[in-house]
Design a protein. Structure first.
Length: 320
């Protein structure tokens, strides 16, 4: 969950010289940041340094990152005509820098830990394209969904196919597992998710090689867990708003779970952090198939030593 994040001093030094897009498009730097997280934190897997909206840039929508504001789409896509004008994109060409970074990172990791690739889920990417940036209520997105389902279908089908090809390219380049970040699906009702999102997410995941593990993650998804499971994925990511043991019982034994410590706990004293880690491990009950993780990304103000403390506590307490 954003391992290299905004909290490692070496990453901050690199970002003082390179913008986010420039860093993502420099394979050597992206691979360096990926491996740095492993070496600095002692985690059990690496996740390639990239951004969920890299897929949007070659669509010609004017992706920009403004410091302190997050990503912006300068030319939002909200009508049937605007969807039709989106260019055909070949991820092998348009996103070759991601595949190069994966190859470099795999080589640098030398088999010490597996490397995870990722992409944004179709709904989350679509919501950025429609809203023009982050949103609290996603009203523009929902308006398209409900009032113009043909336009919604055209956009989501385009994004689903593009995402599937992008993730397949990451796997072919050396990613040993992939994660689908559908970060904003928590704004939907279960009915809306099943109608407007599940078919497209299933389309993405069904197109991937069956022997490569897939993690399926969203936030605010307490009411959507069973639907997410039905959409696909070997692992369902849990945010911190659900109790892990109860959520896993709902999901059943045919999926693993990832999560789900509240990132804010990392701002607490060390003894409180250890208590939070212990509570998550106790909720998992020693069942095989639990990947310890945060319930979302590390907060920017988090001291990196607290992240290392979490990793060390997980290793120590799970061995006990």
């Amino acid at each position: 969950m954003r391992q290299a994040g905004r909290y490692l001093p070496e990453y901050r030094a690199l970002r003082s010289r390179l913008g986010l897009l420039e860093l993502c498009k420099t394979p050597e730097a992206a691979a360096q940041v990926t491996v740095l997280a492993v070496e600095k934190l002692g985690v059990d897997a690496a996740i390639i340094f990239a951004d969920i909206l890299l897929l949007a840039e070659p669509l010609g929508v004017g992706l920009a990152f403004h410091r302190g504001e997050g990503p912006r789409i300068l030319r939002p896509v909200r009508t049937r005509e605007e969807v039709a004008r989106l260019p055909a994109v070949d991820p092998q060409d348009a996103l070759a820098f991601v595949f190069d970074a994966i190859r470099l990172a795999r080589r640098a990791l030398g088999g010490r830990v597996p490397l995870i690739g990722f992409a944004g889920g179709p709904f989350t990417v679509a919501s950025y394209l429609i809203e023009g940036g982050p949103s609290r209520d996603f009203l523009r997105t929902k308006k398209v969904m409900y009032s113009d389902p043909e336009t919604w279908d055209a956009l989501m089908t385009r994004l689903a196919d593009l995402t599937a090809r992008y993730l397949a390219g990451q796997i072919a380049s050396g990613a040993e597992a992939v994660q689908l970040f559908d970060s904003w699906i928590g704004c939907l009702s279960p009915h809306a998710y099943r109608r407007f999102v599940l078919p497209y997410t299933r389309r993405v995941l069904a197109a991937l090689p069956p022997d490569v593990p897939v993690i399926h993650f969203g936030t605010g998804t307490a009411g959507l867990l069973e639907a997410m499971r039905d959409a696909g994925g070997d692992v369902i990511g849990l945010d911190w708003r659900v109790e892990l043991g109860a959520a896993w019982q709902r999901l059943g034994d045919r999926v693993a779970v990832q999560g789900n410590l509240d990132p804010a706990v990392l701002l607490a004293p060390p003894e409180e952090i250890r208590a939070g880690v212990r509570a998550i491990l106790e909720a998992a009950g020693g069942r095989p198939g639990h990947i310890f993780n945060l319930g979302h990304g590390v907060l920017p103000m988090t001291p990196w030593e607290r992240v290392r403390l979490v990793v060390d506590a997980v290793h120590e307490l799970s061995q006990r």
